[in-house]
Design a protein around this ligand. Structure first.
Ligand SMILES: [Zn+2]
Ligand SMILES: [Zn+2]
Length: 372
């Protein structure tokens, strides 16, 4: 079978940056050496690129899990170009296709079903036929966003300006231009690329599936360390509208922490979360499916299966009771608050009306006295 045509721009870009990172950076480290300023700048730039992709491209634009102040959107737009992962419009359109047709080798642009290499980087190296190409029809909302469209139109020069300009400026500032171009420039870009690419490859191969086995996405705490929290990919694929990926407090999800902290400053709002009830139900259902498979191997399978189903039904009923009541309590609390607010408002209006009446009574008395 004929191979798909190579996309030379991408092949050259990935090859050159990888070679420089693998040869140029160690060579410079051994012969000249990097200082603290290069190390800190690389880490900060790496974080800026990574978070622009996870908090901006992914959770804000691709999935609309919250709303962001224009200032923050500008910061993401610049950081996304710095990360060199295509425009936010293109990235999000691709990503929405990935979620819609996950694991479908003919439609998912980076289907894990085609192996590690393909889902990690291979999909960008050749113009594969058949794979659904984004026509941006699935991103009409983003086409109405002036910041996203500005970045899309100006993407090329923005990438050049950020990828050369930022390390160059930092180098001029610290007095070591070559060192900074190699570290905060090339090494940062290569690391940033692969950390993100791991979400499409490893996060669909390696890890646990606590919420669903309907797709290949996995939860992996180790991967979350490199991907700013995106390693909890099994949760993300079933509940993509949730602004969190790691939902437990101990799960490493700096993207979630950032979005939450930004809400206290008024930079983000309407943070969307899936009701706890749906999460617990999904988890219990997966546990039931797994336990069923195990029980089938036991000698008294029939009896154990019955027990399992019976206990699962009770668990479901208890869950329903608990969450129903919780919902009612929350509703009641809201109503109480409203009533309190109304009481304050009534009192305020009562005093105001009383004063108006007294004023008018005095005025009236003066008037009728004048005519009597
Ligand atoms: Zn996603
Ligand atoms: Zn995925």
């Amino acid at each position: 079978m004929k191979q798909a045509p190579i996309i030379w721009t991408n092949v050259l870009l990935f090859s050159i940056t990888t070679l420089v990172a693998l040869i140029g950076v160690p060579w410079y480290a051994l012969t000249v050496g990097f200082g603290w300023s290069e190390l800190i700048a690389t880490i900060v730039c790496l974080g800026y690129c990574g978070m622009s992709i996870t908090a901006g491209y992914h959770r804000l634009w691709a999935h609309k899990t919250y709303e962001a102040h224009p200032l923050l959107q500008w910061i993401y737009a610049i950081g996304g170009a710095f990360a060199l992962q295509n425009s936010a419009l293109h990235w999000s359109a691709d990503h929405r296709v990935h979620h819609r047709h996950v694991d479908n080798n003919d439609k998912d642009p980076y289907s894990a079903g085609r192996g590690f290499w393909y889902s990690h980087i291979g999909w960008m190296l050749r113009d594969y036929p058949g794979v659904e190409k984004p026509d941006y029809n699935n991103a009409r909302d983003l086409q109405k966003n002036p910041i996203v469209m500005w970045q899309h139109r100006n993407y090329l020069w923005l990438t050049v300006l950020t990828n050369f300009g930022i390390p160059l400026l930092l180098g001029l500032f610290t007095g070591n231009v070559l060192g900074m171009l190699l570290s905060a420039g090339v090494l940062r870009l290569v690391l940033s690329h692969h950390f993100t690419f791991f979400i499409n490859s490893l996060a669909h191969i390696w890890g646990k599936q606590p919420y669903t086995d309907q797709n290949s996405a996995r939860d992996n705490g180790l991967l979350a360390l490199l991907t700013y929290g995106e390693g909890y990919h099994n949760f993300h694929h079933i509940f993509e509208s949730d602004y969190r990926n790691g939902i437990k407090w101990y799960q490493f999800d700096p993207t979630k922490w950032f979005i939450k902290a930004a809400s206290w400053l008024g930079l983000t709002s309407n943070l969307r979360t899936v009701p706890e009830e749906r999460i617990e139900q999904a988890k219990a259902k997966m546990q039931l499916l797994r336990a069923r498979e195990q029980v089938k191997l036991r000698p008294n399978a029939e009896q154990l299966l019955q027990l399992l189903e019976h206990e699962y039904e009770i668990l479901s009923a208890r869950m329903q009771d608990y969450y129903q009541l919780k919902k009612q309590i929350l509703l009641q609390r809201k109503e109480q608050l409203m009533a309190q607010y109304q009481a304050v408002d009534f009192k305020h209006r009562y005093l105001e009306f009383k004063q108006h009446l007294q004023q008018q009574q005095q005025h009236w008395q003066r008037l009728v006295t004048a005519f009597s």
